[in-house]
Ligand binder design. Sequence first.
Ligand code: EPZ
Length: 424
Amino acid sequence: MSEIQIFGMSPLKGEISIQGSKNAVLPMMAAALLHRGTTVLMNVPDIRDVACMTDILEHLGCRCRRQGDCMAIDARQIEQTAIPDCFVCAMRSSIIVLGALLGRMGEGGGCYPGGCLIGARPIDLHLKVFRELGAQIEEKDGHLRVRRGAGGIRGAEICLSYPSVGATEQAILASVLAEEVTVVHGAAKEPEIESLCDFLNNMGAVICGMGTEHLMIQGVRRLHDSSFRVDGDRIVAGTYGAAAAAAGGDVLLKGVKPSDLREPLRILGRMGARIQPEEKEGRIRISMDGVPGAVHICTGPYPQFPTDLQSPFMAALACGQGTSRVEEQVFEARFAAARALRAFGARISIREREAVVEGTRPLMGAQVMAPDLRGGAALAVAGLAAEGETRIGNCRHIERGYEDICRDLSALGARIRWVKEDGT
Ligand code: EPZ
């Protein structure tokens, strides 16, 4: 198990290309199951969660071939319809494979994804989607089996009480090959949902309403071979924006749409950063003199501030000036990073879903453990703005969503590297 070593207090300078989006590519890989043929994805990030989804697809009978950042998924032969427990436990989002299996094979099974480090993460809305589409659901010993109803997957009018990303993806995947039209009211509007719909339409699906809370999916009988380029990862880009705010400097992030990051860029501007978005070129220049000013962040469904950037931004605020408030309105237990940041001398008090951050400069380097994926990235952000050495353990969490955070940040001039167990 390797660690990350950082020597902080160096401003960031330079330009990097942002990897493909984890939260866009995972549902696309699941959607490839819907087509009895080959689907090619480009700009696929080389991260643990993609490796896990690849293992799931291959277990089900697909052939996945990777060449650089391209992946070809041949889903002609599907021999299994149950997802092994180990995969669901390793990656909760594998639950959306059930929707694709239901659509393609008429059935799918897997264990209940437990809660995780950031909350209970129930799947009641996923089950509601299946029921409204006429599927039967059997639940036994912590396992779930969904089956097409006697009348097939009929169209439905589904109202989501919360714009759940996963439940919206479930509804789309399960209804693309349905007999009739499905409408989803209260759908999530994250860019990753829009990408999934664009990807499916490129395969021959008929989906409209993207970017709104009302999606309409007209069932089709078959899809066709296709290729599609995955957008840049807005959360990885936002993480590096927070790093630039924390460490200071001048960075250019390429291969990402500024319009996907409107609220985080607005907040960075309020923190004192200079933002130069170039939508056509798909890049964002972020420069920061001085220390981050205090702001109020409140996470919420898109287009509100994304919960996945809450802890990286909190790390930047912790090394700034003034008193900031951070409200986490999406997940009920997503302040583990805030507690870990105290090891750097950060002054953060937590009450229910609100953290109050008293900016402290400089933070002091610390020996810490990544508590979860985005919390681990937040500790790296803090290390960049801390005096002395920081060591971060438990980096497997970070590798789930960041191709190589050391590669990217050192390309921007940070003194950061992987240290193997033997110290090399
Ligand atoms: C997706 O998770 C993302 N994961 C998460 O990113 C992201 O934080 C989240 O959306 C919110 O944007 C992937 O895309 C793989 P939700 P998901 O369903 O689909 C409640 C990361 O760091 N809820 O929108 O699980 C739930 O408890 C990860 O990359 C129900 O109550 O998010 C939570 O409070 C972390 N019942 C809220 O909705 C349900 O049936 C948001 O969950 C489903 C969800």
